[in-house]
Ligand binder design. Structure first.
Ligand SMILES: [Zn+2]
Ligand SMILES: [Zn+2]
Length: 214
């Protein structure tokens, strides 16, 4: 699997492009800057087979409508975030207006706890990890030793829990789920640099807290 990150928008969200050997691809969190993402799609000659959304915050979905209109493919998001992701409350002026909804027929609010999902022959498990938002998920690709964590875990930190729908107790329980993953797992988060679980166990106070309360 080829993995390409593109930092987009005012909050530098990591939009991820994942491609198989035949250039079939998944897009995770097309947060903003549709033309920039499109440029990468064209340069890498990607055939987009699906969109995965780690959570509904506007900075992670604002380019979704434009891209999915141009490159139609199923869009998967957790139902608990799908209900508010495209509502007027999901905005942050002056940076983000409420995201345009993508084409109705593409949107599937079915990204719930499950194993062995497959898009473009790339296999992944969905971990429900509420806390930063009620429908936050992490996307674990076991064959690649890689997990896409959205804003649940960031290098050295964890996502805020003081936004509407956030919940510190849920976050604490969600972080515990990482303790059973292999230490060499690569953590690709929603903002900032890539890390590994091993590195985070040594440096991330939120994860250390979760471990101490095991
Ligand atoms: Zn967020
Ligand atoms: Zn974010």
């Amino acid at each position: 699997m080829k993995i390409q990150s593109i930092p987009v928008g005012a909050f530098e969200v990591n939009c991820w492009l994942l491609a198989n050997q035949d250039q079939e691809a998944i897009i995770i969190d097309p947060g903003a800057d549709a033309p920039l993402i499109e440029n990468c799609i064209q340069k890498m000659r990607l055939d987009i087979k699906g969109y995965l959304i780690t959570h509904g915050h506007m900075d992670h979905i604002s380019a979704l409508a434009a891209l999915s209109t141009k490159y139609p493919a199923p869009i998967r998001i957790h139902p608990s975030d799908a209900i508010w992701a495209f509502s007027p409350s999901n905005q942050m002026p002056p940076y983000y207006a409420p995201p345009q909804p993508p084409p109705d027929e593409l949107l599937k609010a079915d990204l719930t706890e499950s194993r062995d999902n497959e898009i473009a022959r790339l296999r992944f498990d969905v971990l429900e990890t509420p806390g930063h938002s009620p429908g936050s998920v992490c996307l674990y690709f076991p064959e690649e030793n890689t997990i896409f964590t959205g804003d649940t875990i960031l290098a050295g930190s964890a996502g805020r829990t003081d936004f509407p729908g956030g919940n510190p107790a849920d976050m604490h329980n969600s972080l515990k789920r990482f303790l059973s993953l292999p230490p060499k797992t690569v953590i690709c988060s929603g903002h900032g640099p890539t890390s590994t679980l091993e590195e985070e166990m040594h440096t991330n106070p939120f994860l250390q807290n979760a471990q101490q309360s095991e």
